[in-house]
Design a protein around this ligand. Structure first.
Ligand SMILES: Cc1cc2nc3c(=O)[nH]c(=O)nc-3n(C[C@H](O)[C@H](O)[C@H](O)COP(=O)(O)O)c2cc1C
Length: 311
């Protein structure tokens, strides 16, 4: 439980066993390892920090260019560059305010065995509040099919992580690049997921007519930012209504009003991603604005607002 003197009973949320002082988390890959953003605000004021995707071994990521701006959003093909789980635990986690805010590890692997091993390593760490499993990655054993696009594979990864996660809540992060996200959501719920987070980026590409080349060296990337908010909102709404799990909404959130929209359709917490690139103090700003906005709308508790969309 993340508690400090600044804990406000009105903003506190619980996602099963995961209690947060407020529903504002930062999204994986958009907030570094957290420490990079310490100059811009008080890390402890956040509901939680989801760190960059961690793999068993360090990864260099894709060749550049790997980021391109698009109307109301951006495309990225970073390729999961990271320092590896061991270095993160030795050099980054001890410097993070894990007693005051929830530090959530985001797991990236290419086989379910690797996912299981990552979970085993992270489950021992008292500074880690929960594990978020990124299933939007290719399964090399199955010929590059995305784990998150196949309900059986998504369930197998969830089971493998859950088995080794000890008492850490397991969040499964869903991909929007599927025909019906509800099928995957139900499959991972059945396999033991504690919490769902969605959405990851939408597959996309950008090209240059003057060079006749793709804008990203990887050709294809993931679209994020305000452009994807309506898609994310709809998918969160669908998933909230087809499972019994708490949901963390992600996708294009950049204002306190956006936060309230996601909670209105049923999310319990949210993550701020691309908006951190627009303003590095964005998440801190939203945390500060939240109590005022709740007062303005006469919201005295989350139960008066969460899932209360009038349809
Ligand atoms: C540059 C960049 C890197 C990302 N890296 C990861 C990652 O390592 N693991 C992951 O699960 N999601 C990753 N994401 C996806 C985000 O966490 C988030 O799901 C997505 O960007 C949608 O939210 P947004 O529109 O608020 O950015 C990344 C996104 C961006 C823009």
């Amino acid at each position: 439980m993340s508690q400090t003197s600044s804990t406000n009973p009105i903003t506190t949320v619980s996602l099963g066993n995961l209690c947060l002082k407020n529903p504002i988390l930062t999204a994986s890959g958009t907030f570094g390892y957290g420490l990079e953003f310490a100059p811009y605000g008080n890390l402890s004021s956040l509901g939680g920090i989801v760190v960059k995707g961690l793999s068993l071994k360090p990864r260099k990521g894709n060749p550049v260019p790997r980021i391109v701006e698009t109307p109301c959003g951006m495309l990225n093909a970073i390729g999961l560059q990271n320092i590896g789980v061991e270095k993160f635990l030795a050099h980054k986690l001890p410097k993070l305010p894990w007693k005051e805010t929830a530090i959530i590890a985001n797991l990236y692997a290419q086989t379910k065995e690797e996912f299981a091993r990552l979970a085993e390593i992270l489950a021992r760490e008292k500074g880690i509040a929960a594990l978020e499993v990124n299933i939007s990655c290719p399964n090399v054993k199955e010929g590059g099919v995305l784990f998150g696009q196949d309900p059986d594979m998504a369930a197998q990864v969830t089971e493998a992580v859950k088995k080794n996660a000890g008492n850490k809540p397991v969040i499964v992060k869903l991909s929007p690049n599927v025909t019906d996200i509800k099928v995957i959501a139900r499959a991972v719920e059945k396999a033991g997921a504690d919490i769902l987070s969605l959405i990851n980026t939408l597959s996309g590409m950008a090209v240059n007519i003057y060079t006749q080349k793709p804008m990203l060296a990887n050709i294809i990337g993931g679209l994020s930012g305000p452009a994807i908010k309506p898609v994310a909102l709809k998918m969160v709404y669908e998933v909230v209504n087809c499972t019994n799990l708490p949901v963390i909404g992600i996708g294009g959130i950049s204002t306190v009003e956006d936060v309230l929209e996601f909670i209105l359709v049923g999310a319990t917490a949210i993550q701020i991603g691309t908006a951190n690139f627009m303003r590095p103090d964005k998440a801190f700003q939203i945390v500060e604005e939240l109590p005022r906005k709740l007062a303005q709308l006469n919201i005295g508790s989350w139960s008066e607002w969460r899932g209360k969309l009038k349809v």
